[in-house]
Design a protein around this ligand. Structure first.
Ligand SMILES: Cc1ncc(COP(=O)(O)O)c(C=O)c1O
Length: 357
């Protein structure tokens, strides 16, 4: 039972997790779009396996170590959606490619191209390459059509690369005032304009949980790469309510350990559980049961719970708190406790925890 667990503990509601995986897969199937979930959210072999069994075409990873840790899920096709730039990665890249049917890598700008070229040459690999296009986040990706044309020409002329398509990450959709459908349409318009300047037949691979379901219904999208959808968090259920609250699959089980003054309860989960990420309105976490219990302040081992219902709490009470941003919270945990109602049904290792190299 969850009441017997030591706290803090990360709880995953198995039924909700399954429903989230199935809903995204159904949306992709209905739109005829491939789903390549980004595994950086869960970093768990068991969840990657569930995504593959539900029909995912492949997985995305951010780093080689993440991909290596998740190989036991049986994945055969992987996209490493990051600017791989270190020639020292060559032996590991080679070994990873040898264990897969398809390994796709990212080329994220003209500045990145020579580093990727050197890496592939040292590794002795010729790989499919997705070119990153910036659609407004301002992180990786070519900024305009002219840069895209120049980079595409270099990729096409390079004996170790094959231009496989274009990818985007609409991270700015989390804070946009536009509806998700409008964000999806706008990002796709920007990516299509770049693509059409190169070759209208090149596949488009957008990727973000805010826009994924909308993207999957738009003609011309080849694959989507959402990650956060698998659990949800405050960014997807509160800031950007694209996910119903009742679908939230991960919470931090925490115990009230002090009531030092009226209106304030202290729980035993702080930034070492939730990370320091906040919603734009400053929340680190909120009550899964929708009471007015809000965490706006954290120290390493303490969460400061305030809100109209805080005075109803007593030392020893247990809360399930939804993190603002679930991905870094999972990366801080050794394992996830899998629950069905109040029953503990499994414990899954966060196999790729800390795999950032
Ligand atoms: C390159 C890339 N693709 C896909 C994703 C998944 O997006 P989300 O977290 O919105 O599901 C991310 C998230 O950071 C990303 O950086």
């Amino acid at each position: 039972m969850t009441s017997d667990l030591p706290t803090p503990a990360l709880l995953v509601d198995l039924d909700r997790l399954r429903a989230n995986i199935d809903r995204m897969q159904r949306a992709c199937r209905a739109g005829g779009v491939e789903l390549w979930p980004h595994a950086k959210t869960h970093k768990c072999v068991e969840i990657a396996r569930m995504q593959m069994e539900a029909g995912a075409a492949g997985l995305c990873c951010a780093k080689l170590s993440e991909a290596e840790a998740l190989l036991p899920c049986g994945v055969r096709r992987l996209f490493v959606a990051h600017s791989l730039a270190d020639p020292g990665l060559a032996p590991r890249l080679r070994a990873l490619a040898d264990r897969l049917d398809e390994l796709i890598v990212a080329c994220t700008s003209e500045a990145h191209f020579p580093a990727l070229e050197a890496l592939l040459r040292v590794a002795g690999l010729r790989l499919p390459v997705l070119m990153a296009v910036d659609t407004g986040l301002g992180r990786e990706g070519v900024r305009d059509r002219a840069a895209a044309r120049r980079l595409a020409a270099r990729i096409t002329a390079c004996p170790t690369m094959r231009l496989h398509g274009l990818y985007t990450h609409e991270g700015h959709a989390y804070t946009s005032p536009e509806r998700p459908e409008a964000c999806a349409a706008e990002a796709l318009r920007a990516a299509s304009a770049v693509r059409d300047a190169l070759d209208p037949a090149l596949p488009l691979w957008p990727g973000c949980s805010v826009t994924a379901e909308a993207m999957a219904q738009i003609e011309g999208v080849h694959a989507v790469r959402p990650g956060t959808y698998v659990f949800g968090d405050l960014s997807l259920a509160r800031t950007r309510p694209v996910m119903p609250w009742s679908s939230l699959a991960l919470s931090v089980l925490a115990t009230v350990v002090d009531r030092p003054e009226p209106g304030l309860a202290i729980v035993d989960a702080g930034s070492k559980c939730f990370s320091s990420d906040r919603t734009p309105d400053g929340l680190a976490a909120a009550d899964l049961d929708r009471r007015d219990l809000l965490v706006r302040r954290l120290s390493e081992e303490h969460g400061f719970v305030t809100g109209a219902d805080a005075d109803g709490l007593n030392v020893g009470d247990r809360l399930r708190l939804v993190p603002a941003h679930v991905c870094p919270a999972v990366n801080l945990a050794d394992h996830l406790t899998v629950v069905s109602g109040d029953a503990v049904v499994a414990s899954w290792s966060v196999a790729a925890r800390g795999c950032v190299w």
